[in-house]
Ligand binder design. Structure first.
Ligand code: NAP
Length: 272
């Protein structure tokens, strides 16, 4: 130790929009842990130097990794959980007991946390999107033996490849195709996000007990969730996964589970 507080941080380019410091800072304060959580702007050509500097910093507990480093970071750290071969992207780096830096991915766990009690084994699921977030979603779904998975994506070939990669049975369709009735419908695409095109999905073919889960958190009340609520369907918003993935990382960095009983207060803070 150097007399400085232990700390973790989030790195990315850009980074100013990140909500991770608010989430981790909130939990550190609630638990009265004497540590910091910061943000640090790292451009793509600085990633190697960044990791080299933190490797020898005894106060550094680890970092969350956001766009555009989730793939490149895998070349700089060890991969004990075989993340490269499974989800294919890392979002959390920490130091193991032997001092080695390793990477993992907490998005799949964060996605799964709000639906952990829903019996989805053998059930039909629809996933919109085939990017990084969709990969974490499909990895989680492949672990819980869901039934058939329909992926809707602009690039249909990319979606078909993901079905094969995660050993899921199902189909890849274009936007606008007729949808099979599903127990769970997940938007893991950028559509519906502030500054992006709208997501146009017709929920008419979906049963009343379908759960509609939108990973987009800016805005929090997406048009998809508003349409699902109008049908009285159960909805899950993007803050649930954001808080869920941060919770797994927090425990890795600081060795304690975050106080999730304060989630409502944290949500208000994130929406302020
Ligand atoms: P990504 O890797 O860039 O993937 C973007 C996805 O959106 C791809 O499937 C892409 O289709 C699709 N897409 C983008 N623009 C489109 C357009 N104009 N028309 C049709 N499809 C379009 O991004 P990501 O990291 O997966 O993130 C996706 C979303 O999830 C973002 O809104 C992000 O904020 C959110 N997210 C939330 C959390 C959370 O904790 N709540 C965590 C991670 C991500 P193609 O494959 O055809 O290009």
């Amino acid at each position: 130790m150097t007399g400085k507080l232990p700390y973790a941080e989030v790195i990315g380019d850009p980074i100013a929009h990140s909500k991770s410091p608010v989430i981790h800072g909130f939990w550190l304060k609630k638990l009265k842990i004497k540590a910091d959580y910061k943000m640090f702007h790292v451009k793509p050509d600085q990633l190697g130097d960044y990791i080299d500097s933190r490797r020898v910093d005894p106060d550094w507990r680890g970092c969350n990794v956001t766009i555009p480093h989730k793939l490149a970071i895998m070349d700089h750290v060890s991969d004990p959980g075989d993340i490269r071969a499974s989800i294919g992207a890392m979002n959390t780096i920490a130091r193991s007991e032997n001092g080695e830096l390793f990477g993992t991915n907490t998005d799949a766990g964060g996605f799964f946390a709000p639906i952990a009690d829903v019996p989805l084994s053998g059930q039909e699921v629809i996933v919109i999107g085939a990017g990084g977030a969709a990969q974490a979603v499909l990895f989680a779904l492949s672990r819980i033996n869901v039934g058939s998975v329909t992926i809707i994506n602009r690039n249909v070939l990319k979606a078909s490849a993901l079905l094969a990669r995660f050993g899921l049975k199902g189909q890849a369709l274009e936007h606008g195709s007729a949808l099979p009735p599903a127990r769970l419908l997940v938007n893991a695409s950028a559509l519906g996000m502030k500054g992006q095109d709208e997501l146009i999905i017709n929920l008419d073919s979906q049963p009343d007990d379908a759960i509609v889960y939108d990973l987009v958190y800016a805005p929090i009340k997406t048009k998809l969730l508003v349409a699902a609520k109008a049908r009285n369907m159960e909805t899950i918003d993007g803050l649930s996964m954001l808080i869920g993935q941060a919770a797994v990382a927090f425990e890795i960095f600081f060795g304690q589970a975050p106080p999730l009983e304060h989630d409502e207060e944290l949500r208000k803070l994130l929406l302020a």
